[in-house]
Design a binder for this molecule. Structure first.
Ligand code: PLP
Length: 377
């Protein structure tokens, strides 16, 4: 099998699994319990949270553990006051788009390369804007957004609001689900007040994530109960998953530069060996994302034909693809319906090696050639 869909899911690393195992069997105690073995589990849990926090330049108390990125993104929006409004990038993942729509959020446009249109952002911020959500890396095209630049614009607006006596908060949230793998994230450098992380995209377990919350952000709880996670998300801690998450983050940090170089070289190989495609994501992209368009072909059919050859790719976000929806991301960057219908997303990762990249290019070329022949093109 050649798995080229790491943006959808990453396999759990063997060292991650190893780190998690004792917490299922031996150290299974509820961290809130009063006896000594439980206190050790509570300490290990806090330490794991601390190392996740440290990896993004934050403190343990700034991190709220969630059941994945969807929940973390939703939690960020509880910062909105009843009369507050929000903005989000039109190409955001549905877990941001749908919650923003619940709060009458307005979409910020992107340029044809997928990068935020800063002029559109500036015109859409009003005195009632409280939250702006922009993912660091887009999950369909891998485009990296200039968060520090966005944060600088927000800072200026905050200064202007202060001068005019407007006390409304203005927060920047970023979904960094796809970024943790290959970018060195630091919340202070990026200037974000809220930041979503996702273990499932970084060779950690599924169903666990985190929200970084700066001191400026005031959130309402997502769940009510025992008061865990600073009272914002009550419920017994998912200790094994958080231990695994911390290990996964540590390993990602260790291999950041090596992996980026490796994926950049694989991207070059793939693009030089593939034939008859149009490259959709050219600039400002994470090195493991390749989005190709085979104009006039049906990408859904190509996916099934490639699956027959044991090459796994996707058309975009896995959740949208399974519902047969057209990609809102490819639409937002100005692709025609025909281009969208012919677009494939390939994402490299640790399940690959260089030989597989050559092999995948050859198989994709064969499948595309056969398909063109079948259609008489
Ligand atoms: N945000 C982005 C950018 C993603 O890629 C994903 C997963 O595909 C999510 C949020 C949702 O993550 P989860 O399904 O783990 O909650």
């Amino acid at each position: 099998m050649i798995y080229l869909d790491h943006a959808a899911a990453t396999p759990v690393g063997s060292r991650v699994l190893e780190a998690m195992e004792p917490y299922f069997l031996r150290d299974f105690f509820n961290p809130s319990a009063a006896y000594l073995p439980a206190k050790k589990v509570a300490a290990d849990y806090e330490k794991a949270k601390g190392s996740i926090a440290h990896a993004i330049g934050a403190k343990t108390s700034d991190i709220i553990i969630t059941a994945g990125a969807t929940e973390a993104n939703n939690l960020a929006f509880t910062s909105l006051a009843l009369d507050g409004s929000c903005l989000y990038l039109t190409i955001e993942h549905d877990s941001v788009r749908k919650i923003a729509e619940q709060h009458n959020g307005q979409g910020i446009k992107v340029l044809s390369n997928g990068v935020i249109d800063l002029d559109d952002l500036k015109t859409k911020i009003t005195d009632s804007t409280e939250l702006i959500s922009v993912a660091l890396v887009n999950n369909e095209i891998g485009v990296i957004q200039p968060l520090a630049e966005i944060a600088a614009i927000i800072r200026e607006i905050k200064i202007d609001r202060l001068k005019r006596g407007i006390k409304k908060q203005l927060l920047l949230h970023s979904d960094a689900s796809q970024a943790l793998n290959l970018l060195d994230i630091n919340v202070a450098r990026l200037g974000t007040d809220l930041l979503t992380l996702n273990a499932a995209k970084v060779y950690g377990p599924k169903g666990v994530g985190a929200l970084y919350v700066s001191h400026d952000a005031r959130l309402k709880p997502l769940t009510y109960g025992g008061g865990q996670e600073n009272g914002l998300r009550s419920g017994t801690e998912n200790v094994p998953s958080v231990i695994g998450f911390a290990k996964a983050v540590e390993l990602a940090k260790e291999h950041l530069n090596g992996n980026r170089k490796k994926y950049a070289s694989w991207r070059k190989i793939l693009l030089s060996e593939l034939q008859g495609y149009e490259l959709i994501n050219k600039k400002h992209v994470l090195d493991n994302f390749v989005v190709l368009c085979y104009n006039g072909l049906d990408a859904e059919r190509l996916i099934y034909l490639l699956e027959d050859r044991e090459v796994y790719v996707s058309t975009g976000a896995a959740c949208a693809a399974s519902k047969g929806q057209k990609s809102h991301v490819l639409k937002a960057i100005g692709l025609s319906d025909e281009q969208i219908a012919g677009s494939l997303r390939l994402t490299f990762g640790e399940a690959n090696n260089e030989e597989q990249i050559h092999e995948a290019a050859q198989i994709i070329n064969e499948v595309v050639t056969n398909e063109k022949r079948r259609l008489g093109r």
